[in-house]
Design a protein around this ligand. Structure first.
Ligand code: IPE
Ligand code: IPE
Ligand code: MG
Length: 247
């Protein structure tokens, strides 16, 4: 009775068909707003509501790790007022919405470099990580100022420092060691990455970690994304034949 006690039994197959780690590129907020003649920030607010709904649903159906792409290292080049409204939104979310993840025992982690965010936001991020770290539920990685190339550059620099100090021997550098220097250290690689809004690209998300990830591109814009769309993505995933280079 794997589903016993959960709020909703998903429309997906068995437990074994369920991905352990799902990544979501939360894309399409701007187009959603444009279609309605609204400013882009209205799309980001609507997207934030979807984030809350889908996160809770993933936790309810027994997903162990969820990584959401919220803001990339490249998103700083957007118009100043859009970046400002996104930062405002992140602040209000970290104050309110993340508090209710407590009920679901969700562990919150931020992946990406916190340094460029203002002090209030940085403190909120740290508080959320600190206060949730001993929970036993789903791990929610929120990718903020995240770029996979930046993550790999940082890992290389840190490995070099540890080689210089003698803590790491060059002959001991292997795939596992590199994984251990990434933000996602200790976590399984994503099984499934979902990109709504119909774009067929990875946009600098989890490049190393997604070597054998299954991709599902969906046409819905993120603010329109429903729990049934997540079920659909999981169903598509469960029908894939993952060979990892074998036969
Ligand atoms: C994703 O939606 C949110 C962020 C990148 C912060 P977009 O803002 O990229 O929406 P589109 O792609 O312009 O529709
Ligand atoms: C990727 O979406 C980043 C996030 C969803 C946070 P973008 O909208 O920035 O990606 P591109 O520009 O379409 O590749
Ligand atoms: Mg986009």
């Amino acid at each position: 009775m794997a589903w016993f006690g959960r709020k909703k039994k998903p429309e997906v197959l068995s437990d074994s068909a369920l991905p352990v780690h799902i990544g979501i590129i939360m894309d399409g907020n701007g187009r959603w707003a444009k279609k309605r003649g609204l400013p882009r920030k209205a799309g980001h607010s609507a997207g934030a509501k979807t984030f809350r709904k889908i996160t809770r649903y993933c936790s309810d159906i027994g997903i162990k790790y969820l990584t959401v792409y919220a803001f990339s290292t490249e998103n700083w080049k957007r118009p100043e007022d859009e970046v400002r409204s996104l930062m405002k939104l992140f602040k209000s979310y970290l104050e309110e919405a993340l508090a209710d993840f407590k009920d679901d025992s969700i562990v919150v982690k931020f992946i990406g470099d916190k340094a460029p965010f203002d002090e209030d936001l940085r403190n909120l991020m740290i508080e959320n990580e600190e206060s949730s770290k001993d929970r036993d539920g789903m791990v929610l990685n929120i990718a903020m100022n995240y770029g996979s190339r930046d993550e790999i550059v940082r890992a290389v620099k840190n490995i070099c420092k540890d080689v210089q100090s003698g803590a790491v021997l060059p002959e001991n550098i292997d795939e596992q060691l590199i994984s251990d220097y990434l933000y996602t250290s200790g976590q399984p690689d994503p099984d499934l990455i979902i990109r709504p809004s119909g774009e067929y690209r990875i946009s600098n998300f989890l490049l190393w970690q997604s070597a054998y990830t299954e991709f599902v591109i969906m046409n819905k814009l993120w603010p329109d994304f429903e729990t049934s769309d997540l079920d659909e993505a999981i169903k598509i995933y469960s029908q894939r034949n993952r060979r990892y280079g074998g036969v």
